[in-house]
Design a protein around this ligand. Structure first.
Ligand code: HEM
Length: 474
């Protein structure tokens, strides 16, 4: 039965019907984000849905997102996910976190990542190294015929994964390395199970919290187990060669040093470390890849933007490699990063949250444990977002007089206590990869495989696959 004063939404009907309502909208070429955005037009910024037996709320628009993100009542993650994982997780020894434990872990991780990676010069070196590997392989391929045609699907995968892996474990893998191939295969399998077209799980991600078997979620868990085993092997290697007398240079060693220096009974455990690495892996690779893919989709379609960026790049860098400090002097490149994030975020629904107690949003009742998620379309592309012609890629919209002008409702990384942990790394990757590539190469459309304008809906949104012709600039 519908809770009293629950937010308005479509009539409460059995599982199949609500799915149909969403899928019907999807079948006329609408993504889940657009479909729920449309429902919000009818029902308002707080949309009450029912999927299976559970009520779910989706919020839409800048005003309501502030109320949602600044309240501590909504900082849980869905309990269904934890229950499902618990069943499978017992076998694996996965330790599951409650909200307080997570906050303690998050503080520790963010602090230590900052020390040796995020936001420091060290991060520039790690990223530059990766970019150099990518450039070298391009250089070699281009040297024969003067150009190369690349499929965008896997263009950034290895580089981005390596930047993440280097921060977690201190290692990088070559493009042909057995472990890299294995890791790629595991992740491809994982994301395939999420993207399975036609499976209710991909059409309605929330289903995974409710009906694991039916939704393909079990398959997803199996893929998680592979990632888990991969991480566990790596951790064993780190334990074997850990040297507590030297300063740790990666997350695994930092965490192991912490484990060695504290008494038992705190929230720090090896299983917790693996769970964190897993989160970073899941949250950090596809999101960044897809944002970069949106970026290059629009650079290819808008050659004038590419040229304008190259003017700035040439002017500021004068042939040397870009660094993170250059961002201050390169507002146009920075605005391209923001516009790419807007293209991604505007098509995304955030990771769902959970109400920790009976509470209210915009005056509506939200019972304890209700799953609640933000449709970011409202802040990035919706009528109240302040972004004119929101579907168009216009970096200039972020340019103020001489520096960037970012409105408060631009929140591709979420807000509040559950906000993204990887913002610095993601922004750094998008900036450095794009600047370094545009510095040396021109990217063109391949008429037989052009970038489409639609959005491939999945756990994270991305452009449909396309190819690009890459030529050296000089
Ligand atoms: C373009 C790239 C990225 C985008 C757009 C993005 C966006 C987001 C968003 C919207 C959330 C959910 C916020 C919420 O629940 O309110 C999130 C959470 C998270 N992200 Fe990212 N992210 C990106 C890259 C990364 C990277 C590179 C990492 C790796 C360190 C990462 C790690 C995480 C983690 C661990 C969480 C969960 C935080 C929590 O539950 O407290 N993300 N991200």
């Amino acid at each position: 039965e519908k809770p009293k004063n629950f937010p308005p939404g479509p009539r409460w009907v059995p599982l199949g019907s609500i799915l149909l309502q969403v899928l019907n909208k999807k079948s006329i070429n609408k993504s889940l984000t657009e479909a729920t955005a449309e429902m919000s037009k009818n029902f308002g910024p707080v949309l009450g849905l029912k999927v299976g037996k559970d009520p779910i709320i989706i919020i839409y628009g800048p005003h309501i997102i502030k109320e949602f993100s600044t309240s501590d009542d909504f900082i849980g993650r869905p309990i269904g996910l934890y229950y499902n994982l618990r069943t499978w997780g017992k076998r694996l020894g996965i330790l599951l976190t409650d909200e307080e434990v997570w906050q303690e872990q998050k503080r520790f991780i963010v602090k230590h990542l900052r020390k040796f990676g995020y936001g420091s010069n060290n991060m520039t070196f790690i990223l530059q190294e990766e970019i150099k590997y990518l450039s070298d392989s391009l250089e070699e391929a281009i040297s024969n015929s003067g150009y190369i045609i690349c499929d965008i699907r896997n263009f950034f995968n290895v580089g981005i994964l390596n930047t993440l892996w280097k921060l977690i474990s201190g290692k990088r893998y070559g493009y042909e390395d057995r472990y890299m191939v294995e890791l790629q295969n595991i992740l491809t399998k994982l994301f395939k199970t999420i993207h399975m077209t036609g499976a209710p799980f991909s059409h309605f991600p929330f289903l995974k919290y409710i009906s694991p078997e039916m939704s393909g979620y079990k398959c997803y868990i199996d893929a998680h187990i592979s990632v888990w085993n991969f991480l566990r092997n790596e951790l064993q290697c780190h334990k074997r060669i850990l040297n507590l007398n030297t300063d740790p240079t990666n997350l695994m060693d930092t965490y192991l040093a912490q484990l060695n220096s504290i008494e038992n009974g705190t929230s720090f455990t090896e299983a917790q470390l693996l769970a964190i690495c897993m989160d970073m892996f899941m949250a950090g690779s596809e999101t960044t890849n897809n944002t970069l893919k949106f970026c290059f989709q629009h650079l290819i379609l808008n050659q004038d933007i590419q040229r304008k960026a190259q003017l700035e790049i040439d002017d500021v860098l004068r042939g040397r490699l870009p660094t993170l400090e250059d961002r201050l002097k390169m507002p146009y490149m920075e605005s391209i990063v923001s516009e790419s994030l807007r293209m991604f975020g505007g098509r995304a629904i955030t990771v769902p949250h959970r109400a920790l107690k009976d509470t209210k949003i915009a005056g509506f009742n939200v019972p304890k444990n209700t799953v609640i998620a933000a449709n970011l379309h409202g802040c990035m592309m919706g009528p109240d977002s302040g972004f004119k012609n929101p579907e168009c890629f216009v970096p200039e919209r972020f340019l103020g007089k001489d520096k960037l002008s970012i409105p408060d409702n631009f929140i591709p990384f979420g807000l509040g206590k559950r906000r993204c942990m990887g913002e610095s790394l993601a922004r750094a990757n998008i900036f450095l990869f794009t600047a370094a590539l545009l510095q040396n190469y021109n990217f063109f459309m391949v008429p037989e495989h052009p970038p489409g304008m639609g959005v491939a809906d999945g756990v994270t949104p991305g452009p449909f696959d396309f190819k690009t012709k890459i030529m050296k600039r000089y």
